[in-house]
Design a protein around this ligand. Sequence first.
Ligand code: KIV
Ligand code: NA
Length: 275
Amino acid sequence: MLTRIDLQKMKQANEKMSMITAYDYPGAKLAQEAGIDMILVGDSLGMVMLGYDSTVQVTVADMIHHAKAVKRGADKTFVVVDMPFMSYHISLEDSLRNAQNIFQETNAQAIKIEGASPEILLLTKRLTDAGIPVVAHIGLTPQSVNVLGGFKVQGKDQETGVKLLEDARNLEEHGAIAVVLECVPMELAEIVTGKLGIPTIGIGAGPHCDGQVLVYHDIIQYGVDRLPKFVKSYADSNKTIKQAIRAYREDVKQQQFPTEQYSFKIKNKEFLPKG
Ligand code: KIV
Ligand code: NA
């Protein structure tokens, strides 16, 4: 299993980190077998697994439920678990307790929180001091989509660009082990990556980040119909799975399945009930 020290070394060696989300046992198992460096149990599970239209309905219980399954499937992989909407905003004490629950119950390697407000910086420090590694997440922060006014690229003007760099530096200073940069111009992500000692992990943030993360269901096109611009798709599972299910359905209707090959037989017919 990678450690935060390995992540640091990878950044220094300019060895890119691959990260993918996973939300259940089979997904995590396949990701680990494919040799992925890190898994994120993202609260994007609300959308791709549960069918909500944003991440704000996801609960701490949902995250724990899914992260436990992921850890069972990927016991040798560095797993990061998202803290869901409003689970780290009510009070410092409440936030620490939620993080403790998620971290202890799931056996994950780190938790991830969105934002860089003074409260988030303090929480990052307190969690780090307590022994819970924190991955930060800035740029487009989907839990704030209703405040940001949509899923839009962040840091496009001078003011917000400077702010993003400052946020990233503050997060590093308060102990974050890595920073996810979501939907920021590639030139800005390059600067932030160069200025930070900790790794940046980009999603829609160009090629200069230290690592990349994408959503599982997006890269294999599984149950999602529309892909954001920054997603490269590597398989069409929608097509493959629908073909398989259709073929099965057809076989059942046409009485092509099950044949004897897929059935059990009794040796002694005497044993069969009469009448
Ligand atoms: O929830 C998620 O999937 C995420 C990543 C896309 C960074 O937070
Ligand atoms: Na997330």
